[in-house]
Design a protein around this ligand. Structure first.
Ligand SMILES: Cc1cc2nc3c(=O)[nH]c(=O)nc-3n(C[C@H](O)[C@H](O)[C@H](O)COP(=O)(O)OP(=O)(O)OC[C@H]3O[C@@H](n4cnc5c(N)ncnc54)[C@H](O)[C@@H]3O)c2cc1C
Length: 374
């Protein structure tokens, strides 16, 4: 009897969660192993809502071992250190290498700038997102107990979609507590916030920030963080009791240490079939892959989610020797930003909108997604 092919899924990101969901309904013709560094994966779309106090932590959690068990897959709780593409083995940080015939990577990303002075010691980075969620709890508890009348100054570094949502959500949560007065500042390196989205959406963000008393400072570059301040490259020091670090996405070191083809941020280069450049037997989905043909595709969960069904079809097709499908990133996908106060902003095909109904829509979409995986 011929041995069954070995499929190794590395990471429990959004695309792999959907791959496992599909295998529950229709098993795949392979022995499947999931290698993941921690059992609980977090659905980032609901994280700003969690920061704002709109969701309980269980609502954001995907139990990867439980999903794998239902899909008939083996789970290995290890961080993947590298992929030995010549030897066709996934090398974990501590355990035995795992041989594969087909591998797929969906390990997400980390935040840029963690090695700047003081960032690891004094700022709260949004990645790993599970650690962020825990630290937010501790932070909110701590600030809520302060009885001083001194203003608590929170500085959010990073003016992309994640930074904007975190700033507004934190503002809503902290101001709703019976703690000290709160001042939230958002520091953004570029000319305007959410630079990769239409200017109309950024204007809406700025208008709401004005109404809510959230300061946005564009064209500011942070050099260092200390115990009580953020240092700008201009020499200015901004007082800060809390610093949240939401700068752009960069890759985990896995691909560079594997000598696989990467882009300048260390993300692995993929074709539109989700296969790695020059490696037909390794797939990658979500933040960790950069399309050779669409390198400017934003690192957003929506792509990881949309790639899930293509990924499972292509894994099945690869095993069966059938032709593969391709994924074309849509630049005009629906983007919804949670403002933390029951309202959200949105944009679709360049048209922007806002209101409570937009938050209702976001909540509906996010809950429906999680219902499939929990
Ligand atoms: C605050 C915030 C809010 C956001 N909101 C949105 C939003 O509303 N909409 C949107 O589209 N995007 C949003 N994003 C972006 C979004 O988080 C990412 O694009 C998305 O999570 C990427 O999904 P993924 O499937 O690639 O990986 P992830 O969801 O990050 O999953 C990675 C998985 O791999 C595991 N892993 C990591 N390293 C290893 C390793 N070495 N070995 C084994 N396992 C490993 C992790 O534990 C996890 O299971 C937001 C980001 C932030 C920070």
């Amino acid at each position: 009897m011929m041995a069954r092919p070995q499929l190794v899924l590395i990471g429990g990101g959004h695309a792999h969660a959907l791959v496992l969901e599909s295998m529950i309904a229709r098993p795949i013709d392979a022995d499947v192993t999931v290698v993941v560094d921690r059992p609980i994966a977090i659905y980032s779309g609901m994280v700003p809502g969690y920061v704002a106090g709109q969701y309980r932590v269980e609502q954001l959690q995907i139990d990867v071992p439980a999903l794998a068990a239902r899909a008939g897959a083996r789970i290995v709780l290890e961080s993947a250190r590298s992929i030995d593409a010549d030897g066709r083995r996934v090398v974990p940080t501590t355990g035995e290498p795992l041989p594969y015939d087909l591998a797929s990577v969906n390990i997400g990303s980390t935040v840029a700038g963690l090695d700047l002075p003081g960032v690891r010691d004094h700022a709260i980075p949004t990645r790993p997102i599970a650690d962020f969620v825990e630290r937010i709890d501790a932070l909110v508890g701590d600030i809520g107990q302060r009885r001083s009348s001194d203003t608590c100054r929170a500085v959010v570094v990073g003016g992309g979609a994640g930074g904007v949502e975190v700033a507004f959500s934190l503002d809503a949560r902290l101001k709703a507590m019976a703690g000290p007065p709160i001042e939230v500042t958002l520091l953004n390196r570029s000319e305007r916030v959410i630079e990769s989205y239409p200017a109309g959406l950024a204007r809406r963000v700025e208008r709401h920030a004005g109404t809510r008393g959230i300061q946005i400072r564009n064209r500011t570059r942070v050099d260092a963080v200390t115990a009580d301040s953020v240092q700008l490259d201009s020499g200015e020091s901004i007082p800060a009791d809390v610093v949240v670090w939401v700068t752009g996405a960069v890759s985990h070191p896995v691909f560079r240490s594997s000598d696989l083809p990467t882009d300048p941020r260390g993300f692995v280069r993929i074709r539109s079939t989700l296969q790695l450049e020059e490696h037909d037997d390794i797939f990658a989905a979500g933040d960790c892959g950069t399309f050779i043909d669409y390198p400017r595709t934003p690192k957003a969960g929506v792509h990881a989610v949309r790639q899930g069904p293509i990924l499972i079809d292509n894994l099945r097709a690869s095993l069966a020797g059938r032709p593969l499908q391709t994924y074309t990133p849509q630049p005009e996908f629906l983007t919804l930003l949670n403002l933390g106060d029951g309202r959200a902003l949105g944009v679709k095909r360049g048209v922007t909108f806002e209101g409570r109904w937009v938050m209702w829509l976001k909540d509906y979409i996010d809950r429906a997604f999680m219902k499939r995986l929990q």
